[in-house]
Structures are given as C-alpha cells and as structure tokens.
Design a protein around this ligand. Structure first.
Ligand code: ADP
Length: 236
C-alpha cells in the first residue's frame, strides 16, 4: 500500500518535470522568461521528489526496525539549538515567525539518540514556521512530568488544526490541502516519521489545538536520565 501511494506521489512531480523539459527541448524560440519559469518549476519539482524519496526511505527504515539507536545523555537546550540552526541555514523565501525558547536550566538530562531527537525537533519547528504567518509566534517549552519524562511543547499561533484532525495529522501523506495542492514544500511524511522516532524511545507524541486559526501545540515526551537510586525506587 505504501509503495502504491508513494508511486502515485512521485509520478506527479515527475510528469511536471517531463512536460517542462519536453517544452524546452521542442520550442527553441520560447521567450526567455518562459524558459526561466519552466526551469524553476522543473527544479522545484525535482527537489520535491528528492525530499519524498529521502523521507520515504527514513520512514521505511524506522517502520521495519532497521534503525540502530544510540541513546546518550543529552541537554534538551543543545538539541533545540541544533534544530534551530539547521532551520536557519535552510533558505526560505518567507521570513519565519518569532521563535522563543523557554527551557529551564534545571531541566534534567534526557536519554535519547541525539541525531533523531534533533530530527523530531527540526520537523516540528519547521511545520510551526510553515503554518504560522511571519507576524505570529512560536514558543518551545519543556518541563518534567510525573512519569520520569521531559515533555517538550512546540506551540504556534498559526492556522490551527480542527479537533477531528488532531490524530490523523500523524498519518502518512496526510496534508490538509489534499493531494492536488501539494506545493507548500512538504511531503506529508514528517509527522509520521516523528511518531516512529518518539515511539522508538517509548515516548508519546500528540497534537492539541482549539481549532481553525487558533494555533497548534505539538507535545512529545522523552525519558530522563535517572540516577541508580531513582531507578531502584521505580523498580520497587
Ligand atoms: P508536511 O508538513 O510535509 O505537509 P507533516 O506530516 O509534517 O507533513 O504534517 C502533516 C500535516 O499536518 C500538514 O500538511 C498540515 O496539514 C498539518 N500540520 C502539521 N503541523 C501543523 C501546525 N503546526 N499547524 C497546523 N497544521 C499542521
């Protein structure tokens, strides 16, 4: 089923690339401006295909358990900083909204695979930027919950999510715009990948929103590094 959907998802940009290249090849007198449009369209659709293949392979590796986890003790703040710097190095046409971080220095260390944790943070923050206007705000917060975990919250003031969509946004290829308007640059696989990664360290991930235009909050949990005394207490 996944291969069938992916095949369909790949055919659309591939057809566009083909039409653009065919026009360029068969119409040597095409005005320069139009040639430029054809080239830009073909390039952006090939970038979309590259992202799709990359996300598809990542998801398939995660789902089939082919991923090796390297858990380590990490400071959440450092992982957030890495995710944010990754975001800044990527060129985006639009200016992103203001991003604030509120992470207490006293927050305990978390136990997770650093590369995958940065991946989850980057994808969720990237979505918050995509679906929030430049004038909006994104806040990254974290606290320790009662279950020996750190709960991370990425809250935005953007377009929000309808209550009946809060679960299905994590499904593969779900995008509110639907298949015909997939031009926003996403693949629809980001949150499905995040769910697999968070499940990998036995965490939970979920979305909250009051509805359309009410902003969204994405929450996920990460186990904390425990001292041997604390581990004893849990076992008892
Ligand atoms: P992509 O971002 O590539 O479209 P994702 O799996 O990351 O795919 O997200 C799936 C869908 O969930 C998005 O297309 C969007 O409809 C919805 N979504 C994700 N994050 C947000 C957000 N912060 N605010 C509103 N909608 C969101």
């Amino acid at each position: 089923n996944l291969i069938a959907i992916t095949g369909h998802e790949l055919r659309t940009p591939l057809s566009t690339i083909q039409v653009c290249l065919e026009s360029l090849a068969s119409e040597p007198d095409m005005p320069l401006e139009l040639q430029q449009v054809m080239l830009t369209t073909a390039l952006s659709d090939s970038e979309r295909m590259r992202k799709l293949v990359q996300d598809f392979l990542t998801l398939s590796n995660l789902e089939s358990g082919r991923v090796e986890w390297h858990p380590e003790s990490l400071t959440l703040q450092e992982c957030v900083d890495l995710a944010l710097s990754r975001l800044r190095t990527r060129s985006t046409a639009e200016k992103p909204p203001t991003i604030k971080t509120q992470i207490a220095e006293s927050l305990p260390l978390v136990r997770a695979d650093g590369d995958w944790l940065v991946e989850v943070l980057a994808k969720i923050i990237d979505n918050a930027c995509k679906f929030t206007p430049t004038s909006g705000q994104i806040t990254i917060k974290a606290h320790q919950n009662s279950n020996y975990e750190v709960e991370v919250i990425v809250a935005d003031t953007g377009r929000g999510i309808e209550p009946n969509r809060l679960e299905i946004v994590f499904d593969r290829f779900y995008q509110e715009e639907g298949a015909l308007r997939r031009t926003a640059g996403g693949t629809g696989l980001g949150l499905a990948i995040c769910r697999q990664i968070v499940n990998g360290w036995s965490g939970k991930i979920w979305a909250e929103s009051q509805g359309k235009e009410q902003g969204s909050q994405f929450h996920f949990t990460i186990p904390i590094v425990q001292s041997s005394q604390e581990l004893e207490k849990i076992k008892r």
